[in-house]
Design a protein around this ligand. Sequence first.
Ligand SMILES: [Zn+2]
Ligand SMILES: [Zn+2]
Length: 237
Amino acid sequence: MNKRLNINQIGLNIFPCLLCGTAESGRHGICPACEHALPRNASACQRCALPIPQSSHTRVCGQCLDSPPHYHQALAPYIYAAPIDALITGLKFRRQLHCARLLGSLLARHLQENLRQYPECIVPVPLHPSRLRERGYNQALELARPLAQALGIRLEKTLAQRVRHTRPQTELKLTSRAANLRQAFRVHRSPCYRHVAIVDDVITSGHTANALACEFRRQGVEKVEIWAIARAVCRAK
Ligand SMILES: [Zn+2]
Ligand SMILES: [Zn+2]
């Protein structure tokens, strides 16, 4: 009988680590050594998850103090750097959908350890229909699926829509990013949620999450939080 079939039947994982490819992977798809070496976002702004010095006497960054975002808090367990960036770009641009299960379970564990109160639903940042057709899937939805399952929270796939086709944020200067997203999203009014979590793969400038959070707040949602696997270290000017 086929050996792999036998092992799958009893639920063991003998696939190689997604990062080093040599050792046996653990429960999450990477080996314990690689997991230990991931760039943790250990000291972050409580509001936007931007890394701040451990010595900082406040837990909120200067930018959030000056101009607080529409969301209540952002959680991103890793810094967008090697080697986790390769897993994220693999998921986003190279159809490596198996990375979503790994990244989703790493994020779920971080949330289980750090969240005091769960939201009523999880909303992946939507893609514009034309970009969805081009890519064939939404990486934020692929990340949100295992997350919703692990945490037992309702997944709202169509509550938010991207109604304006915007230029990719990465093509723009930081100063133009907020303007690029003006009226980019629409949120349906129907279910009266009070607490919602928006899921994205990476928080870069934070403008995308903030634009969507703004729409939820306009629809009367009291508390919006942002969950992402990683936070890019860039400051909006
Ligand atoms: Zn490894
Ligand atoms: Zn901040």
